[in-house]
Ligand binder design. Sequence first.
Ligand code: 13P
Ligand code: SF4
Length: 300
Amino acid sequence: MELIEQILKLKKEKNALILAHYYQIPEIQDVADFVGDSLALAKIGASDARDLIVLCGVRFMGETAKILSKNKKVLLPSLDAGCPMADMVDAKDLQKYKQANPNRTIVSYVNTTAEVKTLTDICVTSSNALKIMEKLEDTQFLFLPDRNLGTYIQSQMPEKDIELWPGFCLTHQRLRREDVVELMDANPSAQVLAHPECNQGVLGLADYIGSTKGILDYAKNSQHKEFIIATEDGIMHPLSEDNPNKKFILASPRLVCMNMKKNSLQGLYRCLLEETNEILLDEQTIELAKKPLDRMLAMS
Ligand code: 13P
Ligand code: SF4
């Protein structure tokens, strides 16, 4: 309690904005000014007037906030909280790909490094990827890095030609179809809600496929009372807070992102106090990486 009070006091004194992703530990979600999915965090970081942002999430989220608000100070409680999926694209390999395939539109999931964004035509998140790609008139794409989200998008728009980068989320990939089938057998009236980063075997069982925010909205508005949740464990906190009379079952205890869990209340307090762990990017990277993000925001 004392630590929480200290964080709230410091936040007020410094006029800081604390943002948290739904995959953060419950204590961090509770102390944050705003909890959201990647799209919402990108938007609010840019529109809020406060010029000190503590982003409780992983590095690409902090970089996105910095790119969209270059004059603000953006801190990450744990600078080594990376995203293994984002690290599956090497900018040099992407550069080579672009030279060999100049006609393909490069669509990057927001889970990418700032450097990869500088080589991107448009960014997307899991909550707007399908809507944005449907609106684009281009017909040939490279989608990166998540092959699972890319395969899902391709299945929804078979008329488009989408090449997939062979990346994936280590956390969602750990969930097996058998895990979900077992839970469905034990809970026959439960609906399955899945994040599109899950593999095709799991997505084939889902009653609803969507981003973290999409899953939260669906659960809230549904008449159903029981749900099997196929995404990272942090989402169980807002799900049960928002719906005290509904039952949520995590599809596997292995659905924990070790990087998201590197942030702690202690780390948040220290980072706010000392204003350490700042996200720093050079001007040129910011300028080039902002273009595909602005394009996404304009189309969201
Ligand atoms: P969303 O919050 O956009 O659903 O993305 C989840 C994610 O992979 C964050 O790492
Ligand atoms: Fe990256 Fe997956 Fe963790 Fe999200 S859940 S930060 S995509 S490894």
